[in-house]
Design a protein around this ligand. Structure first.
Ligand code: FMN
Length: 331
């Protein structure tokens, strides 16, 4: 073990050493260094950028982010981002100065969009001397976007995701390739299997849930886009079950049959160390925090501290030993 993994919270995620399993979620932590003055990045393992698309996008009109009471938050930001060229020429280089790893989120409205972004970001990493030199370690495909041709999300079915990964996987040589799945699919486990078979190095489960709000006085939808995605507290128990299912029904059988086990990243509703710990017991190798950052930018620090004490109380040397460690009845 090297010095990095000797720390109780250190994890190796798809071969990427992280100081702890906390990852800031795409779209909630700015582009690259935007949150550096607000969130203590020495307390997280990695930060995920906003989703990058080939062309710049201004996103939707106001209101595009709204509180949703105790449930969390509604958003329909519409993938606002500066576009691939500006990201690579002006922003990606800033990752080098950050004290945590950086993952680049990519989105698109056609297979070519994803290929263009993934290939160019990976080439940038290669030209910069590799992942360690660039401090860009993974490309996370946000497959919750609709294909303009069909209107169907790229992660909606195993067949669509397979088509996407067949095109993207050969383009990525330096970075690890993560696939972030949407929970709103008819058969999520078949999509998880397709991500594994398509060569994903890790699977992020999951994104926001389709949702809306209505202003009952004006009788209009509260979001300018009419519908959006729900994030935050309400997601945790639902996504926790998705992680549990993916681990038990896909990863453990793969392990038993000698196939590659793909690490899972839990994402949805983590505001406390207990919620992060639950993802790890369900089978996640790491977890993300998004909406909680808006309420309290110091929450990652509290989560890291709570996790460290929990690992000690559990009597294990490393948090990684607790992955999948939920005690099921009869087990
Ligand atoms: C304001 C906002 C913007 C988001 N933008 C993106 C995005 O650009 N790409 C993406 O993959 N997910 C995006 N997400 C989803 C988050 O990355 C995360 O998957 C989701 O919010 C669930 O985690 P949470 O409950 O911890 O927030 C966004 C979420 C919010 C609240």
């Amino acid at each position: 073990m090297n010095g990095h993994t000797a720390q109780p919270l250190a994890v190796s995620l798809a071969g990427i050493d992280l100081r702890n399993p906390i990852i800031l979620a795409a779209g909630t932590a700015g582009l690259v260094d935007d949150v550096a003055g607000v969130i203590d990045l020495t307390m997280v393992g990695a930060l995920t950028t906003k989703s990058i698309t080939p062309l710049p996008r201004e996103g939707n009109e106001t209101w595009r982010v709204l509180p949703a009471g105790a449930a969390g938050m509604l958003n329909a930001v519409g993938l606002a981002n500066p576009g691939l060229d500006a990201f690579l020429s002006e922003t990606a280089g800033k990752a080098r100065a950050l004290p945590c790893r950086v993952f680049v989120s990519v989105a698109g409205f056609s297979i070519d969009d994803y290929v263009q972004c993934a290939a160019n970001i990976d080439a940038f990493i290669g030209d910069s001397g590799g992942c360690a030199a660039a401090n860009l370690h993974a490309i996370e495909l946000n497959v919750s976007c609709p294909n303009v041709k069909t209107g169907t999300e790229f992660g909606h079915t195993a067949a669509l995701l397979t088509e996407l990964l067949t095109a993207v996987r050969p383009q990525v040589h330096h970075a690890k390739l993560f696939v972030k799945l949407s929970p709103a699919t008819p058969d999520l486990m078949s999509v998880v299997r397709a991500a594994c078979d398509g060569g994903a190095d890790a699977i992020t489960l999951g994104n926001t849930y389709p949702a809306m709000a209505i202003d009952v006085e004006t009788r209009r939808p509260s979001l300018s886009n009419t519908t959006g995605g729900l994030s935050g507290q309400a997601l945790h128990p639902i996504t926790l079950k998705h992680v549990h299912d993916a681990y038990r029904r896909v990863m453990l059988p793969r392990k038993e049959s000698g196939q590659r086990v793909v690490p899972i990243i839990g994402a949805g509703g983590v505001a406390s160390w207990q919620q992060g710990a639950a993802y790890m017991l369900a089978g996640a190798a790491a977890f993300q925090m998004g909406t909680a950052l808006f309420a309290d930018p110091r929450s990652p620090r509290q989560v890291a501290k709570g996790l460290a004490k929990w690992v000690e109380r559990q009597g294990v040397g490393s948090v990684g030993e607790l992955v999948g460690g939920v005690r099921l009845s009869g087990g």
